[in-house]
Write a protein that binds this ligand. Sequence first.
Ligand code: WQD
Length: 325
Amino acid sequence: MRILVTGGAGYIGAHVVELLQARGDEVVAVDDLITGIPERIPGVVIHELDLADTHSVPRLSEILTTARIEAVVHFAARKQVLESVQRPAWYFQQNIGGLANLILAMESAGVRNLVFSSSASVYGNAVGAQIAEDAPTVPVNPYGMSKLQGEYLVAAAGTAWGLRGVSLRYFNVAGAGSDRLGDRAVLNLVPMIFERLDQGESPLVFGADYDTPDGSCVRDYVHVSDLADAHLAALDTLDSRPAGWHEVFNVGTGLGTSVLEMVETVRRVSGVDLPPEIRERRAGDPASVVASVAKIERELGWSARRGTEEIIRSAWEAHRSNNER
Ligand code: WQD
């Protein structure tokens, strides 16, 4: 297949680019290179382009047509929750505007298959042991709102002109498929633990008085390579689906791991023995967020193969190799 990957030089996008290339697909990337790093995807043509700019529509349409693209995997977006609270209009402009421009270009170029990066943040503070796709979607920050609106837009374009879409709701993504592909941003738990260790400081645990087995927050950590596999499963299902088809799928493991357990695994894997430091709860954190993965297993035949040990081992190796550069 010939596939356009937006945000292809990003942390998750680059993992998908690598898998697509490995199986012989032709890949073209679009990236504004604000957080994307071209060295992640050597040999891939990257069109440097801000999707949220209206002028991008004719350019994108030309890229789609010239490269005879058959499907798009859309990662390019802003993804910092706190920043989205501070700059909601910009988040909507970037995330919804970018997707709208992409879909306009796809319509004009006649490209009908789309995999959209959504997020478990669409569920807001959902409660229950495992969250299924039919749980209420009540996002609690503009980032999550922009992802939910994005899903609606993909579905609406299906109704309007037959776009076929899959929206993947990612849970907590971590790990690295290779040293080159590690997450270089320090915005989530695993990179934040590593940064503390680099500084010779204890990892921070935001709250140990939650109603969870050990008192710290529980999340569903999915290895980025498993997540990348899920995109291939999503892409591969689209061709056989009717025009206008759209489905949402959780991408997680169905297993919860606490912050204290993650910190302990980092201690074991890294050999750096600094005891966790318990801090106040962080505002807005739900106690437990774990996916139900029955739907994606049943309908796409995908399930995660890697656990938290492999997530942390691969992330640690990529982190060390990046520090050595
Ligand atoms: C995980 C847990 C922290 C750092 C966010 C978005 C979500 C998704 C993933 C994109 C929490 C705790 C963290 C630290 C800690 N993003 N923590 N010490 O908040 O579950 O999800 O990122 O789609 O939409 O909301 O992820 O990695 O920030 O935190 O104790 O130094 O680790 O409080 O319980 P989160 P996270």
